[in-house]
Design a protein around this ligand. Sequence first.
Ligand SMILES: *Cc1c(COP(=O)(O)O)cnc(C)c1O
Length: 385
Amino acid sequence: MDWRTKLLNPTQIARQDYNSLVTPVYRGSTVVFDDQSSIKDDWQQSEKGYSYGLYGTPTTLELAARISQIEDARHTFIVPGGQSAIALVYFAYCKSGSHALVPYSAYGPNKAMAEGLMKGLGVEVEPYDPMVGKDIKKLIRKNTTLIWCESPGSVTMEIQDIPEIVKVAHQKNVPVALDNTYAAGVLFDAFKFNVDISIQALTKYVGGHSDLLLGSVSVRDENAYKTVGPIYMQLGLAVSPDDCSLALRGLQTLALRLDQLEKSTLEVALWLSKNDMIDEVYHPALDTCPGHDIWKRDFTGSASVFSFTFIETISSKEVQEFINSLNIFKIGLSWGGVTSLAVVYPDLDRPNKDFGGRLVRLNIGLEAVNDLISDLDEAISTIRL
Ligand SMILES: *Cc1c(COP(=O)(O)O)cnc(C)c1O
């Protein structure tokens, strides 16, 4: 063999029996088959064997299997981010002429997809009050093919009565998809409550360190598996095995991080609730949070993200000054990492309430709580003067 050929056809290879404690990063697009007749191009790699990197390498499938086991799902699809998880569900369950329901407290880009891409494709996505409960029945039509839930809702933190919504939806044969990112797939047991599809932005708690973007779509049963799988294949939602490797690492410390974040976040929320510059604190474990009783009934814990509003005499401009004078809290989007973040929502769009630019959302990280509280205290005093 010419040395050029040897470069691509090595005869000496390293031992392959390295039984690593951690999942190796398998990179690769092409899978090599033994002979022509064994070639396949099938997304069901877990059952039928590896076919192509687009549907995941062993690193991706290992992450999928772990998420699936933790959530007790039939199967989990790993996708490039939480938003692509949302897109996959829309595409799998809606077609031209479909009607879908989404709570108006849903993640903003979910509503943007509803109003943009979905509307353009002839799908009507109707916003509904997240506190609707069993009255969702009145909103279900003959052509309703999907009901979204997200609990707590993004930014305004409404806890939904998922068991009631699922019960009514299933009476009418409508599948329910839950954005379960807040609960990290563990603080709310989606499949115990018979949700059909549970999605997560793994970007948040599973990744846990603000250094990756990934999402998951977990399905309850064979029916959902066969509905989502072909669309997952058609959309070509490939992910990086390196990111999956980081997410696998993140899973190992998820319990520790969630425990600490729950404690620190509650302390900060309670401190804020006693401050006379603060009006409402929307934290699921406080009774000022809409749906707090449902949270107590259905959740096993709370996480690191919550919101609060300043009293009405504080202007929207002063709230921005408050945000700008924080030091330990960084100003930024997303959450679930190790760093505390603050962001103000100046034009939050909710049909039943005008927050007047006085709503702030915090993500609590792993810093010492006393330092976080001092940071908030000092920033509040700059606007009190
Ligand atoms: C962040 C987030 C998403 C989107 O996740 P990305 O990975 O950033 O695309 C979806 N749903 C919720 C509730 C989120 O907070």
